[in-house]
Design a protein around this ligand. Sequence first.
Ligand SMILES: *Cc1c(COP(=O)(O)O)cnc(C)c1O
Length: 390
Amino acid sequence: MFENFETDAIRIQTPRTAQNEHSTPLFMTSSFIFEDAEHARAIFAEEVQGNMYSRFSNPNTTELMDKLARMEKTEDGVPFASGMAAVFNSMFALLKSGDHILASRSIFGSTHSVLTQIFPRFNISHTYADIGNIEEWEAGVKPNTKIVFIETPSNPALDIIDLSWISAFCKAHNLILIVDNCFCTPYIQRPAEWGADLVVHSGTKFLDGQGRVIAGAVLGRKDLIKEIRFIARATGPSLSPMNAWIISKSLETLAIRMEKHSENALKLAEFLEKHDEIELVKYPFLPSHPQYVLAKKQMKLGGGIVTLVVKGGLERGRKFLDALKWFSLTANLGDSRTTVTHPASTTHAKLSEDERLAVGIKPGLIRISVGLEHIDDIIEEVSQALANSK
Ligand SMILES: *Cc1c(COP(=O)(O)O)cnc(C)c1O
């Protein structure tokens, strides 16, 4: 354990084996050997710590959790096979029939499905509140509310919640605060330092950062993690050693990648803001962002995501996408390659137009996850697509 984020991200490592390897090996094994009958008994009884079966733990997933928990400044963590398994279990493991969740209205599409279509089957209800509307949050608390679930910045509108305010609000009402920190990563924002109880991640995005694997994690308070780990071990949404190994390696470069993503994104946002074919551009570290001051307070950098609306509405937005020559049209984000999506027709197509507008998704809104290519090439690509889509 070190004082500095970058050193922890590189040096937290599974103890070396007898082979004296430098880099952590991949432990592709479903189970582990007991020394003798007594050791087997003691491990099953949880009297001693140790690996027994990779649904429960594996050196690669343990290394990843030790690292991520440290990077998020939290006590402990549970690995998951995907970000959605992490999101679902962070709530499911702590709730029972009759409980209620208060969530920010603009949340990830599949998280919306969990709240609106899956939890109601178990008599777990929810209320949405607008990020900036304090009365809605106050009015949303019921006697049976247990959890507050938020994303900041939101996807794709990039609205920001004041983490210190929402933490104080949750403490005052005795609620568990869960923050999806996917867009920022712990290099840019650490919700637990502002008082969040749990932080959830999709490792699929910036943590891997190269568009290769699906993974997730829940980090946070030891007592809550204990409950979540119990459910995860018994029900089996386990992260594979292979995917944990890949992400743990990726974390070694997280700091420099997030620096570069943010630098490129800010330059692109500044270019777009001056372009007369653009109706709107939103980026947390542009002074024109409505919550610029708040973004500067709780985020170290602006992150890799820029949203824009091209003049000419939905049709023009589609023409713009078709005029792109090499940006990837894909559902993923947080890749070293610049990726682009049109939320209204893809990730948020299941919402009604009114629901979309309520979370800041205009018909022509385009989300760009700015990659690590040279900024001159990124700007040239956008610039030619704007010129060729009139
Ligand atoms: C992608 C994403 C998820 C889900 O993660 P998966 O790894 O795809 O399951 C959850 N929250 C946010 C904000 C995301 O962007």
